[in-house]
Design a protein around this ligand. Structure first.
Ligand SMILES: Cc1ncc(C[n+]2csc(CCOP(=O)(O)OP(=O)(O)O)c2C)c(N)n1
Length: 314
């Protein structure tokens, strides 16, 4: 396991970010085999984006949450003092710390796997994955490790993040708000309303990373409803937009590192490959959304592949 603590003062190298991303893919593949199903292609597309966010981009303190996640304590509300969010895995809240808002929560297993690789979550946490009463949900929610808001209905978290960013600016916090989104969310009206509001309020303390893997539930994005030219459309909505290779940690980090005083939201459109690192998946395209192996031969093929991936660890 490539364990790297993101709170380390040393700047992680590109190789170390890549090896964390590879470890995330291996863990998600292993889990997909043992659970007979998983959001595996999302690990392939987003592993470098999330690893770069945690290791290079975001200013986070060490986790202050239990390494074995606590069970579900009920929905939040004035009459439930026990309710909690999963944000503690991203470190304490404080004026100078960044906040992370995870929007396409069906990617939850990818985030849990990353938190494990970073030493923020115990590997045994996945034993509770998708179990009744557990917070390690298949589709993450606000109580799930690394999550701060409930966003299972896609396209909502960006609005919540905008509210947090506006409040932080009013309070004078130096910490920023980072949002991870999927490209399917740009088919939704609420997303565009949110971007209009971010620009209207001149929110330069928010940055959005989009996993543009060109896939959604029913197949390729273009076959359902094309969102391109996404960069031009977001610029027209007042954002500063960078389009980068979503598997290149330096290219992913660069727009955030040059984040001078900004009066508009930053968007990094990360162009990604939903089969990256597990080439064999390509034979399943366009059915990549949720991977379930059907025959013993297929299981055997992917078990062998996992062993090869483990042997290839740098
Ligand atoms: C508002 C809303 N509509 C539909 C869904 C069902 N849904 C879950 S994942 C998903 C795929 C969306 O594509 P994308 O977010 O790009 O994810 P990817 O295919 O890359 O995993 C859909 C439609 C949902 N969760 N929320």
């Amino acid at each position: 396991m490539a364990r790297i603590h993101s709170q380390s003062s040393e700047r992680p190298t590109v190789d170390s970010i890549r090896s964390v991303a590879d470890a995330v893919r291996r863990r998600v593949l292993e889990h997909t085999l043992t659970n007979n199903g998983g959001y595996l292609s999302q690990a392939c597309s987003s592993a470098e984006i999330l690893a770069t966010l945690y290791l290079r981009v975001m200013r986070l303190g060490p986790s202050d949450a239990s390494s074995i996640p606590k069970p579900f304590a009920g929905v939040p509300g004035a009459d439930n003092p026990d309710a909690f969010t999963g944000a503690g895995y991203n470190g304490p809240k404080g004026p100078d710390f960044d906040r992370f808002i995870f929007s396409p929560v069906h990617y939850a297993l990818v985030l849990y796997s990353l938190l494990i690789e970073l030493g923020r979550l115990d590997p045994n946490a996945l034993d509770a994955f998708n179990r009744d009463g557990s917070t390690v949900d298949l589709i993450g929610a606000e109580h799930s490790p690394g999550h701060e808001v409930t966003a299972g209905s896609l396209g909502q978290a960006i609005s919540q993040a905008g509210g947090i960013a506006l409040a932080r600016r009013l309070r004078g916090d130096s910490g920023r708000v980072w949002v991870f989104m999927s490209d399917g969310e740009f088919q939704e009206g609420q997303t565009w309303e949110a971007f209009a509001a971010l620009a209207y309020h001149g929110l330069g303390n928010i940055g959005v990373y989009v996993d543009a893997n060109a896939q959604q539930c029913d197949g390729p994005m273009d076959s359902v409803m094309c969102i391109e030219p996404l960069g031009d459309r977001l610029r027209a909505f007042g954002a500063e937009v960078h389009e980068v290779d979503g598997h290149d940690p330096d290219a992913l980090a660069a727009p955030a590192e040059s984040m001078a005083e900004r009066d508009r939201p930053l968007v990094v459109i990360a162009r990604t490959d939903p089969c990256r690192g597990i080439e064999r998946l390509r034979e399943r395209a366009p059915k990549l959304h949720y991977v379930r192996f059907k025959s013993e031969t297929e299981f055997e093929t992917y078990r062998t592949l996992l062993n090869q991936m483990r042997e290839g660890i740098r």
